[in-house]
Design a protein around this ligand. Structure first.
Ligand SMILES: C=CC1=C(C)c2cc3[nH]c(cc4nc(cc5[nH]c(cc1n2)c(C)c5CCC(=O)O)C(CCC(=O)O)=C4C)c(C)c3C=C
Ligand code: FE2
Length: 474
């Protein structure tokens, strides 16, 4: 019963072009798994928290994601937790804790850019097609990735020829593992990327190989969006549902953590420090720039991203005010792609507007991501900086991403520890679902293919559409 209902939305995890798995096992070892293997550590017993209260870091998702993940995560604020499960497990001799960091991934070379973009646009949580057209996802992804690749490549070339995300995320994984160790928690920390190596699928294979018995999933996005954390969790669900071992592993998912004191204080520290580089710190406008999402995510699909982003900015500003930092601030959204409306105001438009209004000093704060990447190093540091200076802003600064900031890493380790008691098996291990086959008959498939391809061809080849995907600005 459960398996039937859950299999309805199943999609194969491999795409036909085979971009998503390492090309050979030796490459996989050299690329992604070595960090876990070389850091193999002895696992210890975790002491369950003595009494049953744990802060849950996610708010209000239940309206749009109804799945078994939510059993531990659907309530905001303080909840009570029944620690029976932890007690019954206490006879188990070896508790092997794993922490899975989820991230977006990025192309490591310019040749990776188009296949990386293909993986991104082939994600049904990124390009959301109406059900009758979903079979065209691959064709559309191929088309958009080819159209966008030249512009994207320019960006990656400008920051040294590839994304730094993998290196930084690996370093964060090591730092979190050490922070946990310092708190007497022995854990293996894994990295699973959504669109490039090391893919989430690889990390999950390793977690199984290592016989992890409890897993904490920690997306490296402070705020939840369907397009980021939601998409990665959907992949995890599919992987865990199909495997009898994984289906029974207790898992805790930290859905969002922008409201944690450690994160808010670390952001406030960085901002306070960077303000000191201006000759008149009090005159500086604090400019929060968040990655955008299409408006339809928020308005039609209940994505909590915008609300969480606004709350996040309020918390950081409250903290700064409490420290006697009275600066003005503004939030805008960057990096829009494609022909639809994205969250407003748009970063580029706000910069021009502020210049017109006579703002002279501006401190940019990237707020949706915790490591440097193309959108901080190229879009903010180059494109937006240039636009701001052209618009009349004279003094420009940018807060670095949190990266390995000690207070931040320690807080993530605390988040992991606090979530452990709420870990629960995702699926019933006795009901493992195999890949479903397409039962539609050949005739209706051919008709859909033909009709859909003609429609996609007509729509996608319009000059407006091509330029919308080629550039950030429409
Ligand atoms: C919270 C962060 C992010 C959200 C939300 C998000 C949504 C989103 N992104 C695209 C399209 C692209 N994103 C690209 C790169 C990219 N996106 C994020 C983060 C979020 N995306 C990061 C950190 C990166 C950079 C990775 C790196 O290599 O450093 C790209 C590729 C770059 C480019 O061509 O501009 C695209 C395309 C959509 C459509 C979307 C929501 C629907
Ligand atoms: Fe993005």
């Amino acid at each position: 019963m459960e398996a039937t209902a859950l299999s309805a939305g199943f999609r194969p995890v491999l795409n036909p072009q085979g971009y998503r798995f390492p090309r050979s096992s030796s490459e996989r070892n050299s690329l992604s798994l070595v960090r876990c293997q070389s850091k193999e550590i002895s696992f210890g017993l975790i002491k369950p928290k003595p009494e049953g209260s744990v802060t849950i870091m996610h708010r209000g998702l239940s309206s749009f994601k109804t799945n078994v993940f939510e059993q531990a995560h659907s309530v905001a604020g303080e909840i009570s937790y029944d620690d029976t499960a932890a007690k019954t497990r206490s006879h188990v001799a070896e508790d092997k804790i794993g922490v899975l960091l989820l991230n977006l991934g990025g192309p490591e070379t310019l040749n990776d850019v188009q296949p990386f973009l293909y993986n991104l646009f082939a994600d049904p949580d990124i390009i959301r097609l109406p059900r009758p057209f979903q079979f065209l996802q691959g064709t559309i992804a191929k088309f958009i990735s080819v159209v966008r690749a030249p512009k994207s490549k320019e960006g990656y070339a400008a920051i040294g020829g590839g994304s730094p995300l993998r290196k930084i995320t690996d370093e964060q994984a090591d730092a979190i593992q050490m922070a946990l160790q310092a708190k007497n928690i022995a854990a293996n920390v894994y990295v699973g990327m959504r669109y490039w190596y090391p893919f989430t699928e690889e990390a999950v294979q390793q977690i199984k190989k290592d016989k992890i018995t409890r897993l904490v999933v920690l997306p490296l996005y402070p705020q939840y969006s369907i397009s980021t954390t939601g998409s990665s969790i959907r992949v995890l669900q599919d992987l865990f549902r199909k495997d009898a071992y994984l289906a029974g592993v207790p898992v805790a998912i930290i859905q969002s953590w922008y409201q944690r004191r450690g994160y808010v204080n670390s952001m406030a520290d960085l901002i306070e420090k960077e303000l000191q580089n201006f000759s008149d710190p009090k005159e500086v406008m604090i400019f929060f720039s968040a990655h955008g999402v299409p408006v339809s995510y928020v308005e039609n699909s209940g994505d909590p991203y915008q609300k969480q982003m606004e709350e996040c900015i309020d918390l950081i500003m409250e903290e700064l005010k409490a420290r006697g930092v009275p600066n003005d601030h503004i939030l805008a959204y960057q990096s829009r792609v494609g022909p639809v409306q994205w969250l407003k105001p748009y970063t580029d438009e706000v910069l021009v507007d502020l210049g017109k209004k006579g703002v002279k000093s501006l401190l940019a704060v990237p707020v949706s991501f915790v490591s440097e990447h193309i959108e901080t190093l190229e879009e903010i540091d180059m494109e937006y900086r240039e636009l701001a200076l052209e618009s009349g802003i004279e003094n420009w600064g940018r807060v670095p991403a949190l990266g390995l900031t000690e207070s931040f890493i320690t807080d993530l380790a605390d988040a992991v520890i606090e979530s452990l008691p709420s870990a629960k098996a995702m699926w019933n291990p006795n009901v493992v679902v195999s890949e479903d086959s397409d039962s539609s008959d050949a005739f209706s498939y051919i008709v859909k293919m033909l009709f859909g391809s003609i429609l996609a061809f007509v729509l996608l080849l319009s000059p407006k559409m091509i330029s919308a995907f080629r550039n950030h600005l429409i």
